[in-house]
Write a protein that binds this ligand. Structure first.
Ligand SMILES: Cc1cc2nc3c(=O)[nH]c(=O)nc-3n(C[C@H](O)[C@H](O)[C@H](O)COP(=O)(O)O)c2cc1C
Length: 200
């Protein structure tokens, strides 16, 4: 397990290299499900690293290709990791976390009780400025689809790593956007809670 602390002395957390696969894809597909009962233990930094990489990391450095597809390859979704220590934005290029808010905002990431105590809530934020050719009425659909692709990667990672997860649309978006300091063009698509499963 990493000794690199997720502390607030610095506003950058350099993530360790993502760890390898845990099970076969077939087994992960068999195990994939939504879970809503989480232990509150923190995730090791290696697990967080591998999970973020699986979700929307760089898998083709030569072309900055990502593990999830996106419409027009806009890559408009930013993944925020909301942890007890604070809220961070995942910088996939450098595979690191950038501090956004040194506060525990987990309780604001959704309307279900478990969000406040589960160790990790991912928030998928679409930056409409990165969707220059999208018709206004298409933007929400495409951003939602792109976020959904990331969410499924996270589901499969969790299934393969013995973690519980649930993707969530039930969010007070205005409240969370204000807490994360998002601009008007940055729109919250979905959130996803991750943690060790507790007995339901
Ligand atoms: C776009 C989307 C939004 C969802 N929003 C929520 C939510 O806010 N809260 C929740 O507990 N589950 C949410 N879910 C999870 C679904 O309830 C779940 O996927 C469904 O019941 C099927 O269960 P399974 O994932 O175990 O197959 C959402 C799923 C999707 C795809």
């Amino acid at each position: 397990m990493s000794t690199i602390p997720l502390n607030l002395e610095t506003d950058v957390v350099v993530l360790p290299p993502p760890a390898g696969a845990h099970t076969t894809l077939e087994q992960a597909l068999k195990e994939r499900r939504s879970g809503r009962a989480f232990r509150d233990d923190a995730l090791p930094l290696e697990t967080l690293s591998a999970l973020l990489w699986a979700g929307f990391g760089i898998n083709r450095p030569e072309s900055a290709g990502r593990t999830a597809p996106s419409a027009h390859n806009w890559q408009e979704i930013d993944v925020f990791a909301v942890l007890q220590e604070g809220a961070y934005r995942y910088d996939a290029q450098a595979h690191r976390l950038l501090l956004v808010k040194a506060q525990d905002l987990r309780g604001l990431t959704g309307m279900q009780d478990f969000v406040a105590t589960a160790p990790l809530n991912l928030v998928y934020v679409a930056d409409f400025n990165r969707m220059p050719d999208a018709q206004p009425e298409e933007r929400h659909f495409l951003a939602g689809a792109d976020a959904g692709c990331i969410a499924q990667n996270v589901y499969l990672f969790c299934a393969s790593a013995g973690l519980a997860t649930v993707v969530r649309g039930l969010i007070n978006r205005a409240e969370l956007a204000a807490a994360l300091g998002l601009s008007k063009t940055e729109r919250i698509a979905l959130a996803q809670t991750v943690g060790y499963p507790a007995a339901a």
